[in-house]
Design a protein around this ligand. Structure first.
Ligand code: IFM
Length: 468
């Protein structure tokens, strides 16, 4: 009896559960460009990027990948690669410029994008906020001001009224840790503030905005699945026998992971973190009813995973002291793992940390379906003479992380999908256009798109629903 090659391939592959979602992600400010088109006004990132030295090479949000005009071509590429879902974010300053009245031209862009995706058989996964706060709101205090959470709910209402009938899955926020801590304490993301108390207030108000937006989603989009996306990092003490290292790990895990996981999934901030952050005003900004609002039931949790952390309570060989985004933790030291390969961002490649992050949520919190809403790597991506981009390093990264995701599933994690970051090369925040994360190469001078070898590799994985 002869065995069909395809059947044999499927039988020897590492298969993912039926219905597993294979997608890719982007964010409005990183790909859209067209920052002054059709009534859009400044976001905090437009203003921040104009500050000398804020972004490598003086890069700004234009032209990015000109996705605002070329979205049709991009949807077509996704269709040809066989992606089942596209995770994108909506630009608040396009939809409510200056946080004012709704802008029909801005909304119309997302109408076109969503319809085009649906026509192509690709599920639209929309994120309401991926860091592009209208500058007009920053001038009234930004996320450090409580009112911003209510303005966010107002913007969500505008979006949901228009798109609530067609989006496949909603996310309220992307990585509130970055928006709050890098933006308000670290000063390396917009709006570029270095005020730890403002960062702590921003974290709470972002979470409050999440809870308020969940209510808006439920009212307009009924049973459409909805959740929030957090960037999680497993944190380990350098020396598990050292009380100082164990405490450093507790504090970093607290600020990075539990500050967001606990209020969303457990209904309140963890006690140890409340104590750590009391000097920075956490308890002062939490008002009655907030924790209930924030704990609104979600249908899924998005995990963005890039690397893990090893930390020490005192300097050790090669370690670096925590930078200002770690509130009240200047004594903590981050310890490199010299054995781990690095991406072009200088991040250690640590696939086992993905399994660990998924397990942390699965074991320490109530059961909730999980999606890997971002995972990916920047590499130099040299274009060969014949125009081919042979990104074997990215393929190896993907392969190892998908194996790690599969391991989590085998351990019982209810993981339902994976979104590669990113569909396209794009504006990598303070790193500008120098870091390329895309499955698809973008020539910023011509806006020509070229799928990299990794795109074809990922397309085969999605088609097989497994790793062969
Ligand atoms: O580009 C970012 C994205 O906007 C949020 N998550 C991490 C990515 C890579 O740094």
């Amino acid at each position: 009896m002869s065995v069909q090659p395809d059947k044999l391939r499927a039988e020897t592959a590492l298969m993912f559960p039926p219905g597993f979602v294979w997608g890719a992600a982007t964010a409005a400010f990183q790909v859209e460009g067209a920052t002054t088109a059709d009534g859009r006004t400044d976001s905090v990132w437009d203003v921040f990027a104009r500050k000398p030295g804020a972004v490598v090479g003086g890069d700004t949000g234009d032209p990015a990948a000109d996705h605002y005009r070329r979205y049709g071509e991009d949807v077509d590429l996704m269709r040809r690669l066989g992606l089942g879902a596209y995770r994108f974010s909506l630009a608040w300053p396009r939809i409510r410029p200056d946080a004012g009245l709704p802008n029909p031209a801005g909304l119309a862009f997302y109408d076109r994008l969503v319809d085009r995706l649906l026509d192509a058989g690709i599920a639209p996964w929309a994120t309401l906020y991926h860091w592009d706060l209208p500058q007009a709101l920053e001038e009234k205090g930004g996320w450090a001001a409580r009112d911003t959470a209510f303005r966010f709910a107002e913007y969500a209402e505008t979006v949901l009224e228009r798109l609530g009938d067609r989006v496949a899955s909603w996310s309220t926020l992307n990585e509130p840790w970055c928006a709050a801590m890098l933006g308000y304490a670290g000063g390396i993301h917009a709006p570029g503030r270095r005020d730890p108390a403002a960062a702590v207030a921003a974290a709470h108000h972002l979470l409050l905005g999440h809870g308020l937006a969940m209510d808006v989603i439920r009212r307009h989009a009924g049973d459409t699945p909805a959740g929030i996306t957090l960037n999680l990092y497993p944190v380990a003490p350098h020396d598990p026998a050292s009380a100082a290292d164990v405490d450093a790990a507790r504090r970093v895990d607290g600020q990075q992971n539990r500050l967001f996981l606990d209020p969303v999934l457990r209904g309140g901030y963890p006690e140890d973190l409340v104590a750590d952050l009391a000097p920075f005003g956490l308890t002062d900004v939490v008002r009655e009813g907030d924790t209930t609002t924030i704990a609104a039931p979600i249908d899924w949790l998005g995990v963005n995973y890039y690397r893990d952390y090893t930390v020490a309570g005192t300097p050790v060989l090669g370690s670096k002291p925590a930078s200002p985004e770690w509130v009240g933790a200047a004594d903590v030291h981050f310890v490199p793992n010299e054995a781990a390969p690095l991406t072009a961002s200088g991040w250690e490649v640590q696939p086992a940390g993905l399994t660990a992050s998924l397990l942390q949520v699965h074991r320490d919190y109530r059961p909730v379906p999980l999606y890997i809403t971002e995972n990916g790597a920047a590499y130099p991506d040299d274009v060969t003479e014949n125009g081919d981009i042979v990104d074997t390093d990215r393929i190896a990264f993907l392969d190892s992380h998908l194996q790690a995701a599969h391991e989590a599933i085998e351990a019982g994690v209810d993981l339902r999908g994976y979104f590669y970051w990113s569909l396209l090369d794009n504006f990598e925040w303070a790193e500008g256009y120098a870091k390329r994360f895309g499955l698809i190469h973008v020539d910023y001078a011509t806006q020509r798109r070229t799928p990299k070898r990794s795109a074809f590799w990922y397309s085969r994985v999605a088609g097989l629903n497994g790793l062969s």
